[in-house]
Design a protein around this ligand. Sequence first.
Ligand code: SF4
Length: 343
Amino acid sequence: MENQKYSPFNIKAATPGKLKEFLKDKPFRAYQILKWVWQKDAKDFSCMTDISKSLRERLSEEAFIPTHRLIRKVASSDGAIKFLFELLDGEKIESVFIPEGDRRTVCVSTQAGCPLRCAFCRTGLMGFKRNLEWWEIVEQVRAVREEVKERITNVVFMGMGEPFLNYDQVLNALRMLNNVNYGLGIGARKLTVSTAGIIPGILKFAEVKEQFKLAISLNATTDEVRSYLMPINKTYPLEPLFRALRHYCARKRKRITFEYVLIKGVNDTDEDAKRLGRIARSIPSKINLIPYNPCDELPFEEPDDRDVQRFYELLYPFNVTVTIRWSKGREIKAACGQLLAES
Ligand code: SF4
């Protein structure tokens, strides 16, 4: 591990172009090596049997293959598993494995900590440490896949951090996750980025050619409540946000998902439900209702099941697709808004 920090060339941080430059060899060698590290979980160069011995020796001397150090793994009785990883510089991040039906989803972090400090979120309490590099995001999926020994079908960018405050690294990570030749080969439609509503990021994402999916963590239907729950709303209030989303949907010919964490007495009134219905009807979208997961550090309460049902039924007349998402992994604090790199 110590060696990793000082070795000169990080294979996982290398794009094919950079790797080709480093190898000074035929381009297909770069693809072979990337396949070994991203598809076959190679930890050293000696196992790369389709590469010449002399090149393997050179790689062993001049390069290294980093992995996230697994510090802790906690399984919940519903099948979700939370992983705490340590990065090369000692920062800690969390990733969550969520099995559901045929789906095997990994929820990844994009930053160590988060600068946005949403009032209902444990990650916000940690403060912001740093942005993750693209390979550190992809490595979470590879490492979880290796641990659970299952094919990963979906990735959601909903862990620690705001993805669009780390836009370029997130886009590179999406492309490596999507790449079938030397990446993880996960379909673009199975890769979802969730943002707190960073408008410049949404507008840039509208120009991306791949069909990655977009979710908006909405959580309120008035600027007043949203600015209280999510201070970023003061910078990007609802009306400009909705304009950006309409532009996104028109440009991509796709609908988005609104995530709405339902918090007792804060955003769960009849009026909220009706406003949410009107918003969702005016933007091609579906709604995920997520009953809040309470935790000791924060003052909010989860809604009663009856209130969740009432809110859900009030959305009927608006003819929008609504799903109630009872978060998996609640008992291990792996559910939405509960990630906090505890050691
Ligand atoms: S909800 Fe997301 S954006 Fe808000 S503080 Fe938590 S991690 Fe950051």
